[in-house]
Design a binder for this molecule. Structure first.
Ligand code: ADE
Length: 226
């Protein structure tokens, strides 16, 4: 899979892909990330990438020209399965989206900034608009990193234990149960006896009970989706 990320602050994306599962996926060649500086495509003599909105006090808006030129160039080189825009007024991003995108071949993620991008780019180029939560970030770069990370870890071969993605929180609309490791007793804080019993069936039942209880307490909305 190839992901092209379009940003006016590419330095913000220097480190998120350099560690752990994502780095290994890139090293193995199953994922490729290309970060593009939108400013490099501006034909303005000062390399401007924003302008005043056509409404008083609305702030600055990212201009069409550099973004369209960059996307057109990428589209002339290969076919894209999705052109995503990160924005707080987008559709709430969910695990189901990551599952769907993990089978795609080429994806563009355009990072929003300022008050947004000229609506005509959204109308004519963007296939998906996503928010990663009901709060406003300084820019869309962190959201793009979140989305790319959630997709890449699901590509077959990215994780050493293929089944571990299936037990992630949200895959079945349940939060994960608590987990423990050694020692079984840390200064009197004990691991639940059931986990030391060796009875796999009973352990599975306990995990499901814990998941249900936790989901009911913290995210009751997820249970409505089951
Ligand atoms: N840009 C700023 N805030 C954002 C959010 N919550 N999600 C996606 N992109 C954003």
């Amino acid at each position: 899979m190839r992901i092209d990320i379009l940003s006016i602050l590419p330095e913000l994306l220097d480190s998120p892909f350099k560690y752990s599962i994502i780095k290994r996926a890139i090293d193995k060649g199953i994922a490729e990330i290309n970060i593009h500086n939108i400013r490099d495509y501006s034909t303005n003599k000062h390399k401007k990438v924003d302008d005043y909105a056509y409404s008083v006090g609305a702030g600055m808006v990212m201009t069409i020209q550099p973004i369209v030129d960059l996307i057109d160039q990428l589209k002339s080189e290969r076919k894209y399965d999705a052109i995503i825009f990160t924005t707080p007024d987008g559709t709430p991003y969910q695990q189901a989206h990551a599952n769907q995108f993990s089978s795609f071949k080429n994806i563009i993620i355009l990072c929003g900034h300022y008050k947004g991008i000229d609506q005509r780019i959204r109308d004519h180029y963007i296939t998906h608009e996503f928010s990663i939560g009901d709060y406003v970030l300084t820019g869309g770069e962190l959201a793009a990193a979140v989305i790319a990370d959630s997709i890449i870890r699901l590509i077959p071969g990215a994780m050493s234990d293929e089944t571990s993605a299936l037990s992630d929180s949200f895959q079945d609309h349940l939060l994960s149960p608590p987990v423990y490791t050694r020692p079984a007793d840390y200064k009197g804080w004990k691991v639940p006896d059931i986990l030391l019993s060796g009875n796999e069936k009973k352990i599975d039942e306990w995990k499901l009970e814990q998941s249900l209880e936790k989901t009911k307490r913290i995210r009751p909305d997820l249970l409505d989706k089951k």
